[in-house]
Ligand binder design. Structure first.
Ligand SMILES: [Zn+2]
Length: 656
């Protein structure tokens, strides 16, 4: 079922009595009388815009807090978990904040914070948000209050887009290239930026819609928050490569008169990440490793899993080395914690949170527990359960424990019945058959729904939808169950996932055929090897059967030589090689290759313009490009795809 724009999806339903009671119970379970976070989130406020709504050059709104006005209410409605409601209200704080003398933050202008450190000549920008538009607005707000100080350095704390994407909104590349503005980043930054999201970029982007809920309506029955901040901005993403990379475990540099001690923290929240201590300011910046929620060892958008043990280790090292000299600790999301004693307490609890998660998962799996059982059993211990900044607004103990299991043991639980089960549609059809058909299954689901057994109703009705996506009653029941799960979720990312799932079951998968957008800056930054890896994952292995040829590539501007070989439906390359028996030799400059992949130029146009010169069989080059797939962003998630190959539908034994 695809979305019919003439028929909007059924409106969201109210909380059931079961959900309302579950949410009410949260009020007694957590220390809501503790208002310290609200004081900290408001402390040092200097001002904001009358209306925080930011548009791009085309006039499209790419960031707005206007839709969150409903969060003004102190008490959560029955459709939102009160613990999440509290976090959503805290994340609404926006504007310029004085953190300590010489150090400021702009919050609420994107999902992340921009930190500004005043130097002798101007201001150092730490993390220029996601989009040039939000970054420009944040810097303008700072200057409105602190004067027109020039940007004297830019620091990227880590390799995620909400910490570099807006860079062209705060600095000109010519100033960076001329050496006037250094750009600093942790070891491995560029490699991780271009590798983390490129090969798996399309499915990750689609899945991120479920994590952040950016396309959901906002409101008490829709998106209220994203845990780390309100949501992701949707403006222009850019990247200027760093001019200085921190490579030692600790390095001290003086930037614009400000002494900064850098601490590398690789393989934590991002593969390339670093903390900073500013000794003269007595301020500790932990990038994204100590925030006011349990973070993700695995974000549900999909990613390689992270190392919770290393995470705890680097937090402890920061506490040990800087804790006694820090009067304030903060991160590139959320609000600071002031006072030496509170800094130490905050850091120790954050460290123990990730250590507990790691060690207890490994302990239970060593007793033979399966990932799903560990996820169900783990609960925060005393000392963390009642700690607001340990609550799972972004990550959850449940999916993080599964990620720790996955890091060591992978997806397989060692039960051979799960080694090669039937693929989703064939499996669903057999399940429905064993259930005695769809009608009795729906009847049982309605009874279970009335009892509040939403988890199983959602799962069982999803099977009915995969067996027959036109089963409107099953779709409605599945949507209703997911919706109640969303209303009860303490985690913003779970709520968003459940509610978008319900939305697409009711309204169908949006029928967009648009390709996933790619940042031109990121494409330009890809090393040639990764570039060919990216072409290789687009090769249609079925259509490529029986074809075999080699193409020599000569990059005329960078003087790189590669061979690219197609054989047995696999595309492989070798660097610094040319083969005498190649079918063709292709000469072109790197920007031409970039424009080809960005679809700014067709192969024919490039050949006609002489931007590509081919010696040998020109047809082979065209053949190669014809064998490459394009990926549409909006693939179905909560229902089966239409173009299922027959092999996915039969219940024969799997072929090797
Ligand atoms: Zn971030």
């Amino acid at each position: 079922m695809t979305a019919d724009p003439a028929r909007p999806p059924a409106p969201a339903r109210d909380a059931t009595p079961v959900t309302a009671a579950a949410n009410r119970a949260v009020l007694d379970a957590l220390p809501f009388a503790d208002r310290q976070d609200f004081e900290d989130a408001a402390r040092g406020f200097l001002g904001t815009l009358p209306e925080v709504e930011i548009k791009n050059a085309q006039g499209r709104v790419i960031w707005s807090l206007r839709d969150y006005a409903f969060l003004a209410a102190e008490s959560a409605p029955p459709t939102v978990n009160p613990s999440l409601w509290r976090q959503a209200r805290l994340n609404l704080a926006n504007g310029l904040y004085h953190v300590t003398d010489g150090l400021y933050q702009v919050r609420g202008f994107d999902i992340s914070n921009m930190t500004l450190i005043e130097g002798e000549r101007g201001v150092i920008v730490v993390d220029p948000l996601i989009s040039t538009e939000t970054a420009r607005a944040a810097l303008a707000l700072y200057r409105q209050h602190r004067g027109p100080r020039p940007v004297t350095a830019v620091i990227y704390t880590h390799s995620h887009v909400d910490h570099y994407g807006g860079v062209r909104g705060v600095v000109e590349e010519t100033d960076v290239r001329a050496g006037r503005v250094p750009v600093l980043a942790p070891d491995g930054f560029m490699e991780e930026v271009v590798s983390e999201n490129v090969l798996a970029g399309t499915p990750m982007m689609r899945r991120a819609q479920f994590q952040f809920g950016a396309t959901l309506p906002k409101g008490p029955r829709g998106q209220v928050d994203a845990g780390l901040g309100k949501v992701t901005s949707r403006g222009t993403v850019t990247l200027i490569p760093p001019t200085h990379v921190i490579v030692q475990p600790y390095e001290t540099h003086v930037l614009d008169g400000v002494e900064i001690v850098f601490q590398l923290a690789p393989e934590t929240e991002a593969p390339a990440e670093m903390h900073m201590f500013y000794p003269a300011l007595r301020a500790l910046n932990l990038a994204e490793n100590a925030t006011h929620n349990l973070h993700n060892t695995y974000p549900i958008r999909g990613a390689q899993v992270r190392d919770a043990n290393a995470w705890a280790k680097y937090l402890d090292a920061a506490l040990d080395r800087f804790g006694d000299d820090a009067d304030v600790v903060f991160a590139q999301h959320h609000w600071p914690v002031w006072g030496r004693e509170r800094v130490g307490d905050f850091l120790a609890r954050q460290r123990d949170l990730y250590k507990f998660l790691h060690d207890q998962t490994v302990r239970l799996m060593s007793h033979g527990w399966k990932a799903g059982e560990i996820a169900e059993r783990l609960a925060l211990p005393q000392g963390l359960a009642e700690t607001w900044h340990a609550r799972g607004y972004y990550g959850t103990l449940s999916h993080n424990a599964k990620a720790v299991y996955q890091r060591y043991l992978g997806w397989y639980d060692a039960n051979p019945a799960h080694l090669a089960p039937l693929p989703p549609v064939a499996r669903a059809r057999k399940y429905v058959e064993y259930m005695g058909g769809a009608a009795p299954a729906r009847e049982r689901a309605r009874a279970d729904f009335a009892r509040g057994e939403y988890r199983f109703v959602a799962e069982a009705m999803s099977l009915l939808v995969f067996a027959d996506p036109s089963d409107a009653e099953a779709r409605a029941l599945a949507a209703d169950a997911l919706e109640q799960l969303g209303y009860q979720a303490e985690s913003a990312t779970w709520r968003n996932a459940y509610l978008l799932g319900a939305h697409e079951l009711r309204g169908g998968t949006p029928s967009q055929s648009a390709r996933a957008p790619v940042s031109p800056d990121v494409v330009r930054a890809m090393p040639l090897g990764l570039f060919f890896d990216y072409l290789a994952v687009r090769l249609d292995g079925e259509r490529a059967q029986g074809r075999a040829f080699t193409i020599n590539w000569v990059l005329t501007d960078t003087d790189e030589r590669y061979t690219l070989t197609l054989a047995r439906s696999a595309l492989t390359y070798r660097a610094d090689r040319q083969r005498a028996d190649a079918a063709a030799t292709v000469r072109l400059a790197r920007p031409v290759l970039d424009r080809l992949v960005l679809r700014e130029l067709t192969l024919d146009a490039a050949l006609d313009a002489g931007a590509i010169v081919v010696e040998g069989e020109r047809a082979r080059l065209a053949e190669l490009f014809e064998l490459l797939d394009d990926f549409a962003l909006m693939f179905p998630v909560v229902e089966p795809r239409r173009d299922m190959p027959p092999a996915a539908l039969d219940s024969a034994p799997p072929r090797p």
